[in-house]
Design a protein around this ligand. Sequence first.
Ligand code: HEM
Length: 417
Amino acid sequence: MNDMLRDTAVFSSNIDLFKFSFFVGKDSLLFMDGPAHLAERNKIAPAFSPSMFPLYFDGIRDLSERTWARLSRRADGKPFKLDPELRRFYAAITIELTTGVCGDSDLCERVRKSFVSMIDGLIGPAFGPLWDRTVRCRNEIVSILTKVVNEKLEHEADTIERLRASLHDQSSLRSVKSLLKDGADILQVLLAASQFKTGPNHTHDPDEFRKLINLLLLLWLAGFFTTAATTSCAMFEMGKDPEIMRRLVVEQDDIVRRAGSARVTFDQLEQMPLLDSYLKEIMRLFPAGNGIMRNVEKDVVLMGKRIPKGTNVFCDLQAANRDEAVFHDAEKLIMDRFVVKHDGSDPPPRIIAFGGQASPHFCIGSALAKMMLRTNLAVFLRGYELELDPRQSKRYRQIPDYTPASEILVSSLKRRT
Ligand code: HEM
């Protein structure tokens, strides 16, 4: 099965998803296969290399801190819905990380609103007033992003050139942190890996420019719902079972407070095995991308069933992650299921929230996503505690994402002492 998934002569990405291709371009890496796909991925891979993460971390932590502080002030005895706030946070941080536009700025808010309106167009027909609005919103985002990219190439030329030099020498990627003391964003890294000329008054290859803007839209589309939905499930389960929150807080206090740090640091994120395991368990039970689609390029027999050429198949990640043959008590949330034991026992099985290991399209943002999730939750656990409203429904909905059916109704979000 794994070999077949890897073989694009059997399963390809040649799927006709009109609306997605309208949003991110027909030549997006989503719809590519084989060497052309690999070449596109390789071009953007440095931006997703964990060696870059220390440069992205401060921005994520700062926006997390401001967001939880704002929400705890806002809560002030009045119940509120957490999910829209989580979506707002992850949209803002995804825009900030991928463009450098501050997540709290009016510009970010404008882009975020247009983006959300644009993707509303995923539902409904591709004509009529709703679709017209989708097209208008997309045009507005493209023109803002065009300006952002041009300004970056002109005003951040030094940073981009320094990154460019270090990208040519892979071994110096690790020391990139010392090159860029004030942090960096993904767009700077993407531009460093591109052929675009830096400095004022350059005209750029319009096709390459279009592809870059489409790539940013793909990163937003792929990155923000998934992280928001995962956090939503993590917060929901913590609210339903305060013992989960209590154990995570003990781990936090042990690591962050004992180190005497006022704030969570990047290195401390690596020392939270229980938080790590809990997030894996949440992604196992409630994978945000609920499945992956492929086109069958030739007749095959898969798990005993004949699948004719031309069929679109949907690999159900929700079912795979609850397979009793792989995970014991698969329906049950066991928060330390993935804590690695050093007693010679087998390592925990792998979850497949980010696509199968054999998939050439395996989520390129998976490590970054984990870092965003861990940072945001660590900041929450470090400073706050939450209670669900007693009227909260305990049910989930599964489509389009696994999320609490009635969203999360919080009755109290306060600083913990
Ligand atoms: C919890 C968060 C996330 C989940 C569960 C998730 C899940 C997935 C899944 C299931 C796929 C499809 C894999 C396949 O077709 O084999 C995918 C692809 C992708 N993801 Fe993620 N993702 C997450 C976060 C992110 C983030 C934060 C980014 C970037 C900012 C990102 C960027 C991408 C891209 C660009 C692809 C397409 C890769 C390709 O076609 O080669 N994802 N993701």
